[in-house]
Each structure stands twice: as structure tokens, then as C-alpha cells.
Design a protein around this ligand. Structure first.
Ligand SMILES: *Cc1c(COP(=O)(O)O)cnc(C)c1O
Length: 338
């Protein structure tokens, strides 16, 4: 039994998901006649109360498309210091859009309306034009923390007042939604565009969508083609997304419960300095100085548990669909034995 805690992207499709994929009706998506892709796009846009959506190969692409559509070269995007769009998309902000990022030190990955007000530039010719605010919910590098509806709303108000576009990197938005009172349509009302991933906690093998109004998606379609993301019989993949939306949202709570239990066990272990608060399915913890992260990861590997370092003394564990109660038990006993 291999236990993989490196990411929630490691899940493999279940038999019933594969069946849904196998049975998908397909067509050519570049000609906009892919029935299953269209069904998925309609399902997701309805879920978030938006006009349209666009199916893409990855969450990096959906974020990068949003940045491209919302900005002009030379503009700047405001985001948290830990943002995926800045840290983990290969410098795409600069490469694809010729845009720079102004990083805001948020609170556990969450920036505030006040910080945006203080960071945006007035519109003098000599100042960089601030045109986009991007938030991440849940925030990955910050340990899976989530925004409250009020925080997202306050940011939305500031963006509207100052004519800034407002994008949500919602790679794990459903992890936030199942832990909060707000619904996907509450979230949809606030943002100009939303990126959602099926290949994380939802357990699909491939795929993300970008959601927005018709005009935004029309432009996004063009950019997707330019970025090389125009797929053909992509309905086989979209079928996995539809299956994931129908079956794998509510169960995300189980991943959160297991993550919390693991964190509680770990915070009592002598070689662990501290465990960051666990709100969803991500556990970030720091080893004490005596234990090198490489050695810790090797020890886990010898018990068939995969994990990776997350900078300095930190390690990140992510729980997911393929991490069962049995695996939780085994992981706890291995951790206690180290
Ligand atoms: C995983 C992730 C993405 C998208 O990653 P891809 O691997 O390109 O699908 C975007 N934002 C966040 C916060 C993520 O964790």
C-alpha cells in the first residue's frame, strides 16, 4: 500500500469515473461542437451563476488566460506573496501577459480590501497601471486557509469602485465552500472570473474551467487557442469533470477531517516544531532543527509514504480521495515510530 501525501493531484480515476469517461459523447471542441464539454461548461457556469465557462487542460492555463484577458502589457496584478499565479506558474504573468506582480503580505495567504486600497496605484501616466486583483481560495502555500464571504465581498467592493478586475484562483474553491456557509453562486456574484480545478480534490485526471461573462469567455477562447489549449474530442475528459461535480464535492469534508486528525497527532510529536492551523486538506508543518527534511522524507519513503519538502524545515501533506482511513492509521503509526 503506497500512501501519497504529496498533493491532491495524485488521485487516479475510479472505475465509475472511468465508465463515465468511456461512455462520453464527443465532438470537436475547437469547432465548438463538443457535446460533453459544452455540458460541463454549462453545468459549471450555472453552478456559479455566471453566463459562460471554458474547459482547459490545467489550472495554470485558466489562471494565465484570465490574467491575459484582464490586463494590458505593463500593467500590474495585486496578489498575496504566496500566490500560485506568482510562485508556481513558471513566471507566466510576465511571459504570457507582459505584466508584473505587486505582492501583498496577507494573513495566511489572504489579502484584505484595505491592503488592496493601499497597494493600488492612482492613474498617473508615470505609475504602473493596476488592473487586476487575484485571490486564492483556498490558499495553497498558506496551508489551505479560506476566505470568508465578507472578506471576498469587501475586496469585490474595492475592485468595483476602482475599476479593477477581480479574479479568483479557485483551484480548491469547493474545499472552501464545504467548510463555509456560502454557496458557489454567492462566490460567482463577486468575481469577474473564476478558475476551478477538477484534478485536485475532485479526483478527475485532467482539467480546469475558467468562468465569467459571455464577453470574457469569448476573449478567453481566443487566448486558449493561442496558448495551445484548444482541444478536440475533450469530452472524454470533461465527462470526468461532470462526474466529479456530481459525486465528489460533499466528500471533501472527509479529507478535511482526516487532515485535522493527522495534524492533531503530529503536533504532539517530539521532532515536529509546529503544525500550521489546518482548515481544509493541507497540513504544513515544520520539523525541529535536528531533523533534516530530506532525512524525514527518506524515512517516510522507506515505509512507502510519499511526501515532499516545502522550503526550509517545512513539509506539506495533502489529503485526498485516495487517502483512506486505513492509510491515515498507518501514517499515524509510522509518524509515531520515527
Ligand atoms: C494546483 C493549483 C493550480 C493549477 O495547477 P495546475 O497543475 O496547472 O492545474 C492553480 N492554483 C492553485 C492554488 C493550485 O493549487
Amino acid at each position: 500500500m503506497t500512501i501519497d501525501l504529496r498533493s491532491d493531484t495524485v488521485t487516479k480515476p475510479t472505475k465509475s469515473m472511468l465508465e463515465a469517461m468511456f461512455n462520453a459523447e464527443v465532438g470537436d471542441d475547437v469547432f465548438a461542437e463538443e457535446p460533453t464539454v459544452i455540458a460541463l461548461e454549462q453545468k459549471v457556469s450555472a453552478l456559479f451563476g455566471k453566463e459562460a465557462a471554458l474547459f482547459c487542460p490545467s489550472g495554470t492555463m485558466t489562471n494565465q488566460i484570465a490574467i491575459k484577458v484582464h490586463t494590458q502589457p505593463g500593467d500590474e496584478v495585486l496578489c498575496d506573496t504566496t500566490a500560485h499565479i506568482y510562485n508556481y506558474e513558471g513566471g507566466g504573468i510576465a511571459f504570457n501577459s507582459g505584466v508584473q506582480a505587486k505582492l501583498i503580505p496577507g494573513e495566511r495567504g489572504r489579502i484584505s480590501a484595505q491592503q488592496v486600497l493601499e497597494s493600488m496605484n492612482p492613474s498617473y501616466d508615470w505609475l504602473t497601471r493596476t488592473s487586476l486583483v487575484c485571490v486564492e481560495n483556498t490558499a495553497n502555500r498558506a496551508g489551505g486557509s479560506y476566505y470568508s464571504l465578507l472578506q471576498m465581498q469587501e475586496l469585490s467592493d474595492v475592485c468595483k469602485k476602482n475599476k479593477l478586475n477581480y479574479h479568483l484562483d479557485g483551484a480548491r474553491i469547493f474545499n472552501a465552500i464545504v467548510e463555509n456557509e456560502y454557496t458557489s453562486s454567492d462566490v460567482g456574484k463577486l468575481f469577474d472570473s473564476i478558475s476551478v480545478c477538477f484534478s485536485k480534490g475532485l479526483g478527475a485526471p485532467v482539467g480546469s474551467v475558467i468562468i465569467g461573462d459571455k464577453e470574457f469567455i469569448r476573449k478567453a477562447r481566443r487566448v486558449r487557442k493561442v496558448f495551445g489549449g484548444g482541444m478536440r474530442q475533450a469530452g472524454y475528459l470533461a465527462a470526468a469533470g461532470i462526474y466529479a461535480l456530481d459525486n465528489n464535492i460533499n466528500r471533501l469534508k472527509e479529507d478535511h477531517k482526516r487532515a485535522k486528525q493527522l495534524a492533531t497527532t503530529m503536533s504532539g510529536l517530539p521532532y515536529i516544531d509546529n503544525v500550521l492551523p489546518v482548515d481544509t486538506n493541507i497540513i504544513i508543518f515544520n520539523l525541529n532543527e535536528k531533523l533534516k527534511p530530506e532525512d524525514f522524507v527518506k524515512k517516510l519513503a522507506s515505509h512507502d509514504i510519499k511526501a515532499t519538502g516545502f522550503g526550509k524545515q517545512a513539509i506539506r501533506f495533502v489529503t485526498h480521495l485516495d487517502f483512506t482511513d486505513n492509510m491515515l492509521e498507518k501514517t499515524e503509526s509510522v509518524l509515531k515510530s520515527i
